[in-house]
Design a protein around this ligand. Structure first.
Ligand SMILES: [Zn+2]
Length: 273
């Protein structure tokens, strides 16, 4: 009895430690950059409540020669005995139109974004480079949107039985648990031992680029690329004056509660209270 109590306490301690480590890992510069992106913090809390044998990592940046910046950034990663879940979070507001085979998805029918499924597929490919081949079939892709979105996407992508699916972020841990229960029924035995999970966790933790300069360069290049693209292909217009705005401006409006899913030019943003 006493021994049990002691064991329990030890488990709780190590869980707390793991949580603390993964929280302090991301450099403060980057945390600051993301402050506007509501939802990230709630996901951190959700993930910390997963069973203790699950390992998770937040905000991982790894090298990826296929990416325009030379890097890939992964929002969240959960390693379970039944698979590795790679999570891409989106914080748009509005109606999301998308499909499994559509390269471009739309927010509110206007603002274009690269299919987050394709984006996350790229992340998984980049992660595989670091991970032993024997684990390559255990990846699952999850894309999450906030409840401020209405999802108008293929029902196939909303099916948790699929290897890649889209959810609302507040059901993230619930979805992972459900998916694991389904996998348990299929496989009977875990696909990854505790040792495998730890190995994967440490390989990715070591691959994670924490250098502030490299991260800043990556964000700068993404920004630059977005601006360049927006000049050529933005279809977004201000709802007040109908002036074309860049994708960056549209994205800013659509991810900001204040604008209620509408796009405003820089001038007219000031008129919205
Ligand atoms: Zn305007």
């Amino acid at each position: 009895m006493l021994l049990n109590l002691f064991k329990k306490k030890k488990k709780v301690d190590s869980k707390n430690k793991q949580h603390k480590n993964s929280k302090t890992k991301g450099n403060s510069q980057h945390v600051a950059n993301r402050k506007g992106e509501i939802g990230e913090y709630k996901i951190d809390i959700q993930l910390s409540q997963l069973p203790k044998e699950y390992k998770y990592l937040n905000d991982i940046m790894i090298e990826n020669s296929k990416s325009i910046t030379g890097y890939s950034q992964i929002d969240h990663l959960v390693i379970t005995p039944y698979g590795i879940f790679v999570i891409e979070t989106k914080n748009y507001q509005g109606t999301i139109y998308g499909g499994k085979n559509r390269k471009t998805w739309l927010v509110n029918g206007k603002f274009k974004m690269l299919s987050p499924i394709i984006q996350n597929y790229g992340h998984i490919k980049a992660l595989k480079y670091y991970i032993n081949k024997k684990y390559h079939d255990t990846f699952f892709s999850i894309v999450s949107f906030t409840k401020r979105c209405t999802l108008k996407i293929d029902s196939e992508l909303r099916d948790i039985k699929s290897d890649e699916f889209v959810i609302y972020d507040l059901y993230l841990t619930e979805s992972i648990e459900r998916k694991v229960s389904i996998l348990k029924l299929i496989h009977k035995e875990p696909l990854l031992t505790e040792k495998d999970c730890l190995e994967i966790y440490h390989v990715l933790k070591d691959a994670n680029i924490t250098d502030a300069k490299a991260r800043a360069d990556h964000n700068f290049k993404i920004k630059q690329n977005k601006e360049e693209k927006s000049r050529t292909e933005s279809h977004a217009k201000c709802v007040v004056c109908n002036k074309s705005v860049s994708q960056k401006v549209a994205s800013f409006c659509l991810s900001n509660n204040r604008f209620k899913g509408k796009v405003y030019c820089y001038e007219h943003q000031k008129t919205v209270v």
